[in-house]
Design a protein around this ligand. Structure first.
Ligand code: A2P
Length: 268
């Protein structure tokens, strides 16, 4: 159905934008939540891509890039978001409820896609904070399990509540009828940096010390077997990129697949 104006606010829907309905909202902490919206039949994307989203709350709505957290086969679209007090979009987005309208631009894009990586044995996904969102899509896509023998999802946050989304996701995945069986090849390696937890420390430090490889019982990352995807803050991307380059991996892109790819986790 094409809407001309938003039902709740009466503001016009900009041209070339989907107006979709919120189907589910779940809050994890004071600063993190996830929500799902209806998926337009015409909307196609590759698992791991991002899209611009906004709210119909102004003549010219603010749009921000959001990684799609649901896989490309899903009937709905899921997003995982930070809440920023005074953030131009998230200040309002955090208040959405089931039945509200969310605007979504038509063209998804991004580099965290299977196509940008050469085939390999192990896929390492490095995320901090909401940087886990694109990987929530990728680990729910059967294609990923066809391309790699082993998937390792590394997620580092400050405090325990911030790990819940990833933990719930992996638990649900193992019970999923489509990829549940394959998900035996997926390991979640989550760590905290500012609270006690069975595993603590930044991923970069755990790679430098070799602890992460010892914990997982895998060889040190090498360009023959290992492929990487990175999503987090600018500083995290910089340091993780340097670590992977130190192991001999090379950054790729959609038009030039290589051994690792990088995407910024977008926040207000
Ligand atoms: P730390 O607590 O040691 O700063 P942020 O909210 O700042 O993006 O941080 C999210 C998580 O990412 C935190 O656990 C943080 O650890 C970690 N982190 C921040 N900067 C880096 C970095 N340059 N390399 C690796 N991990 C980082």
């Amino acid at each position: 159905m094409t809407l001309d104006t938003a039902p709740q606010t009466g503001f016009p829907i900009p041209a070339g934008v989907f107006a979709e309905t919120v189907t589910e909202v779940q809050h994890y902490t004071d600063s993190l939540f996830r929500f799902r919206i209806t998926r337009p039949a015409a909307f196609r994307f590759r698992s791991g891509e991002f899209v611009m989203i906004g709210l119909p709350n102004a003549e010219k709505p603010v749009f921000r890039a959001y990684s799609i957290a649901s896989p490309s086969w899903d009937e709905e679209i899921e997003f995982y978001s930070i809440k920023v007090a005074g953030g131009p979009l998230t200040e309002h987005l955090q208040k959405i409820q089931v039945g509200d309208t969310v605007l979504m631009r038509r063209k998804p894009t991004g580099t965290l896609v299977n196509d940008a990586l050469l085939p390999g044995k192990r896929l390492w996904m490095f995320a901090t904070g909401t940087g886990i969102a694109p990987f929530a899509s990728i680990i729910r896509d059967p294609e990923t399990y066809e391309k790699f023998d082993q998937l390792i999802l590394c997620h580092t946050c400050r405090t325990a509540g911030e790990l819940t989304y990833g933990r719930d996701l992996v638990t649900a995945l193992k019970a999923d009828p489509l990829v549940g069986e394959m998900a035996g090849n997926l390991t979640l390696y989550d760590t905290l940096t500012r609270e006690d937890w069975p595993r603590t420390g930044r991923q970069t430090d755990l790679m430098a010390s070799g602890k992460i490889f010892a914990d997982l019982g895998v060889p040190t990352i090498n360009p023959d077997d290992d492929r990487g995807m990175i999503c987090g803050s600018i500083a995290m991307l910089h340091d993780t990129r340097a670590a992977l380059e130190g192991f001999g991996l090379e950054e790729g892109a959609n038009n030039r697949p290589a051994t690792f790819v990088v995407e910024k986790a977008f926040v207000d």
